[in-house]
Unconditional design. Structure first.
Length: 356
């Protein structure tokens, strides 16, 4: 009885071993993802579906292979490879460069290599592949100012954008040089919330930026983008003392002599004194500083040096009869940098003449 049981057990064990051996030899098919590598000389680009590369281009393909189940189940990355190499001596490449356009590459056993024994290639797709070859070329192109992202803080604005250098050398397929020679843009610059620190007239954001080239074109030059941000100008009236400039007459030997006036000139009511509001355009901080200096000079005349001067000219007043009323142009000189007269809003100074 025991002998029968032992024989039955051994029969089961042998059956399992036999079926395992048979299963290992059963054929199985699987699909693996592989990079099909097209190698060309460094001075040649290859293009597939809009993707360009010089020297080497990787195209994702799917390769179907068949072999023993045990071997197929242990396939590792690198067990299936796909590659084709072209040199300048290759007739296919020479003809492709000469003719331009696309060329057809059929994927087969000459391109796809299975590195495990007893595993065979079934198919590779997509096939055929439509690729294009082009000679690499260098050309010089102009750069465009970058796009600005965001906006400076309220009260400030972008005054200028300077790209340095303004021309660069790029490298890419000759076919792209013909279709898209430039100019090219520079990477965008974010100016969100930027402001000029107190006491400063402006700030410069100096940033290294990359050139945005078409796919397949490279630029090794890092350009410098300088974005100048300044305070937003405002218009404000400041009260200036008004000086009087008399015309002069030439005497003998070229000496200048001031001709005395036959009448006296005075401000015309409602103006009571020789001062006048001048509309100025500039940054708030600059206008504040100038206003403080003018106030100090009014409190203590002559205490502030290098103040701007507002004046009127009395050209032609010598012959005016008493009782004449007129409005004279007010001129301003010596304003600080960054401040200017808002000419369109500047009013004339009213005067009248009186007998001496």
């Amino acid at each position: 009885m025991r002998a029968h049981l032992l024989n039955a057990f051994l029969a089961v064990v042998f059956s399992v071993l036999i079926w395992s051996a048979v299963g290992a030899q059963l054929s199985e098919t699987t699909t693996v993802d592989v990079d099909y590598i097209i190698q060309v000389p460094p001075d040649v680009t290859v293009t597939y579906l809009g993707k360009h590369a010089a020297g080497e281009l990787k195209i994702p393909i799917k390769v179907e292979v068949r072999g023993p189940r045990e071997v197929i189940g242990r396939l590792a990355p690198g067990d299936v490879q796909a590659r084709r190499t072209f040199s300048h001596e290759n007739t296919f490449l020479r003809e492709a460069l000469a003719a331009g356009g696309t060329r057809t590459i059929e994927l087969g056993s000459s391109d796809v290599f299975v590195m495990r024994p007893n595993v065979e290639l079934v198919s590779a797709r997509p096939s055929p592949l439509e690729v294009a070859f082009s000679q690499v070329d260098d050309w010089e192109t102009r750069l465009l100012s970058p796009q600005l992202l965001g906006a400076p803080a309220p009260g400030f604005r972008v005054a200028s954008i300077d790209v340095r250098p303004q021309r660069v050398w790029v490298r890419g397929p000759a076919s792209l040089r013909d279709r898209q020679p430039g100019p090219y843009e520079v990477e965008a610059v974010d100016v969100t919330g930027e402001r000029v620190p107190a006491g400063k007239r402006s700030i410069d954001l100096s940033l290294p930026r990359a050139v945005r080239t078409p796919l397949g074109v490279t630029c090794d030059t890092k350009v410098q983008v300088v974005v100048t941000i300044v305070p937003e100008p405002e218009v404000r009236e400041l009260l200036f003392p008004v000086k009087v400039l008399l015309s002069a007459q030439r005497g003998g030997a070229g000496a200048a002599a001031v001709e005395p006036l036959a009448v006296s000139v005075e401000p015309r009511p409602p103006v009571q004194e020789w001062s006048w509001p001048i509309p100025l355009r500039g940054a708030a901080a600059d206008l504040d500083a100038l206003g403080q200096r003018l106030d100090q000079d009014r409190r203590s005349p002559g205490s502030v040096r290098s103040l701007p001067v507002a004046y009127v000219r009395f050209d032609g007043v010598h012959n005016l009869p008493a009782g004449t009323v007129d409005d004279l142009d007010v001129l301003v000189v010596g304003l600080p940098e960054g401040i200017s007269v808002e000419v369109g809003s500047l009013r004339k100074f009213p005067i009248r003449t009186r007998a001496q």
